[in-house]
Design a binder for this molecule. Structure first.
Ligand SMILES: O=C(O)CCC(=O)C(=O)O
Ligand SMILES: [Fe+2]
Length: 308
């Protein structure tokens, strides 16, 4: 088994640029996931985000999670649970407009740190989209534009903690799914593991690594690249020991963005039998809300049927 793809972004500036671009290409084609180091976001900022997120969890979220577990009797399940996840989360929206000031229970300092973190991640996402364009033979800016719509992308952060779970074989931290959107940037706990991706029928751990950012591709990138790059199923296994922090930021199309395969990536001879539909992103999201934990194929099929 090959190793999980690790990309050192510093090498994009030197004579190893070509090899690094190839590594990104292979990761996009064969994994749908890769891990970045030397991504330009300072370790100091990452450490602050991690410390404050963990403090916030202890102070404001942990007790609430325990109460939810008791209320739903999840601490003593005997059979598999398929309708809840063993996670404690809250969501921050950054674009098209920020809601950080409206989220209750956050210290001003934490709000400020998360704003700063989000703006750095937004830049990193756009830099990555251009690297993907280069590898795909699309003009610079193509993917950003494809996701833009009339008001720019939806960009948001899901802050999660996965507390220790007595029955990880019966309840998932997060059930298997592909992400609906564009490109996802994940800052995960450097010690407590749990994230796995499905590759060639096998669940593979995404290894925790201090100060790294894990990237994965969503359904929209699969559609726009006409399937050259695929969104990949992933899940979180709850652990019996330790609370796992994960901060996933979703760089998604604008609500009214029209998503379809890039002309350049659709072969002349297969134009009559297009596999991927054309649709408005918001329509896809409405469907995703109810079908998240099923494969993406029924979603693509439904979008095709909706147009017909
Ligand atoms: O917590 C993680 O590592 C992954 C979260 C995730 O896949 C999601 O929220 O879509
Ligand atoms: Fe996900």
């Amino acid at each position: 088994m090959e190793n999980f793809p690790l990309i050192n972004m510093e090498k994009l500036n030197g004579d190893e640029r070509r090899a690094t671009m190839d590594k990104i290409k292979d990761a996009c084609e064969s994994w749908g996931f890769f891990e970045l180091v030397n991504h330009g976001i300072s370790h100091e900022l990452l450490d602050t985000v991690e410390r404050m997120t963990k403090e916030h969890y202890k102070k404001c979220m942990e007790q609430r999670f325990k109460e939810m577990v008791t209320a739903k009797a999840l601490d003593d399940v005997k059979t598999e649970v398929n309708n809840v996840d063993w996670e404690s989360t809250f969501f921050l929206r950054h674009l098209p407009s920020s809601n950080i000031s409206e989220i209750p229970d956050l210290d001003d300092e934490y709000r400020e740190v998360m704003r700063d973190f989000a703006s750095k991640l937004e830049k990193l996402a756009e830099e990555l989209l251009d690297l993907l364009c280069e590898n795909l033979g699309l003009e610079k800016g193509y993917l950003k534009k494809a996701l833009y719509g009339s008001k720019g992308p939806n960009f948001g952060t899901k802050v999660s903690n996965y507390p220790p779970c007595p029955t990880p074989d019966l309840i998932k931290g997060l059930r298997a799914h592909t992400d609906a959107g564009g490109i996802i940037l994940l800052f995960q706990d450097d010690k407590v593991s749990g994230l796995q991706l499905l590759k060639d029928g096998e669940w593979i751990d995404v290894p925790p690594m201090r100060h790294s950012i894990v990237i994965n591709l969503g359904d929209q990138i699969e559609v726009i690249t006409n399937g050259r790059y695929k969104s990949v199923m992933h899940r979180v296994i709850a652990q019996t020991n330790g609370t796992r922090m994960s901060i996933a930021s979703f760089y998604n199309p604008g609500n009214d963005a029209v998503i379809y395969p890039a002309e350049k990536l659709v072969k002349e001879e297969s134009k009559d039998e297009r596999i991927y539909p054309k649709f408005v992103f918001d329509d896809y999201m409405k469907l995703y809300a109810g079908l998240k934990f099923q494969g993406k194929e029924p979603r693509f099929e439904a979008m095709k049927a909706a147009k017909a």
